[in-house]
Design a protein around this ligand. Structure first.
Ligand code: MN
Length: 343
């Protein structure tokens, strides 16, 4: 483990031990909160934390803001999940643990439960988060929340005197590796450090199957996903002398292809990969009539700052935001104008 991570990992491991004790003594449960529009990193990190907390004797669950996506079913984590928005009794929470996000408004309607809980822990790697405190570890340089959770788990094994392979079982290792693989674009993004690869190797030694993870997270496409993604790419415009690639996906397109909202996730990185493109933007309508924007950039554009100006957030090279009461065309033109001044 890198020296710069050692103290924080140890601090968070101790906080987890304390939290597990508080929860057990009061006979109450810990809920771990991923962000809404769940991805590999927030699911991987929240499931792994729940497994660790359970090994410390606590009753813990992932508070899911939505159903687990099909491409994560291979993890077999159903026993770790609750759906507080569907079951009133699952809202009970003495300690709230945010992971891969830090604020209630990132958690969809589950955010209310998180915000109402006074006892909080946070592990996150989003640059847009400005919170500070002893109960949190926010490290934007880390590839993923899962990488930070891995360091925390290793420290936890150390202070509890449990062999690492016992604490991080095969399923937990697979959850953690899934988060690292997804957030690094299978080790191709700039956030991949030598340390990230070492962690990935150690997780493989603990039983995680990188081929299965890559297949389900990247290669496998449902027919609807394949065709709507291709249509969104065909409809894309190259603007600002080829530096901006932008495409809009409206509700008609989703119904025409019978596709779900998560089935266009790979479009933005495909657009970003076009030679000469500095920024790729995908605008899509959400079920409730809002517009979700996803941004990916190469070297010269800070997606996180741009997304923040619309009330969103994320990372320098990948960020997003949601706006209500806007038209797709009008928002596309506005973004193009604003990006023109920045690129
Ligand atoms: Mn992440």
């Amino acid at each position: 483990m890198k020296e710069i991570y050692r103290n924080d990992a140890l601090r968070m491991a101790r906080q987890m031990v304390e939290a597990a004790k508080r929860a057990t003594e009061s006979g109450s449960r810990i809920l771990v909160f991923p962000h809404k529009s769940v991805d590999g990193d927030c699911i991987g990190s929240s499931c792994s934390l729940v497994s660790l907390l359970r090994k410390l004797g606590a009753e813990a669950y992932v508070a899911m803001p939505e159903r687990l996506p099909d491409n994560m079913a291979f993890l077999s984590v159903d026993d770790l999940l609750v759906f507080p928005l569907e079951n009133e009794e699952d809202r009970d929470c003495a300690i709230a643990f945010a992971v891969d996000c830090s604020e209630g408004h990132r958690m969809g309607d589950c955010g209310e439960i998180y915000d109402a809980c006074p006892d909080k822990l946070i592990i996150d790697h989003h640059a847009s988060v400005k919170l500070k405190g002893e109960n949190m570890w926010i490290r934007p340089e880390a590839s993923s929340a899962c990488e930070l959770c891995y360091y925390t788990a290793v420290s936890l094994a150390d202070i509890k005197g449990i062999p690492v392979e016992e604490l991080i079982d095969k399923r937990t290792a697979e959850c953690l590796l899934m988060g690292i693989v997804t957030d690094t674009g299978r080790f191709t993004y700039r956030n991949t450090s030598p340390e990230t690869l070492i962690v990935a190797g150690e997780l493989m030694e603990l039983g995680a199957d990188v081929a299965i993870i890559c297949y389900y997270q990247f290669d496998r496409k449902m027919p609807s996903e394949f065709f709507i993604s291709n249509a969104a790419c065909v409809n894309a415009s190259l603007l600002l002398n080829g530096k901006l690639a932008i495409t809009c996906i409206d509700n008609d397109m989703f119904s025409r292809f019978g596709a779900g909202r998560d089935e266009v996730a790979d479009v933005v990185s495909r657009l970003r990969d076009i030679e000469g493109v500095e920024l790729a933007v995908v605008l899509r309508q959400t079920e409730d009539g809002a517009i979700r924007a996803n941004l990916r950039s190469k070297e010269s554009f800070d997606c996180s700052v741009f997304a923040e100006s619309y009330g969103g957030g994320g990372h320098v090279r990948a960020a997003g935001f949601t706006v209500k009461d806007r038209q797709l065309d009008e928002l596309r033109d506005e973004i193009t104008d604003r990006v023109n001044k920045l690129l």
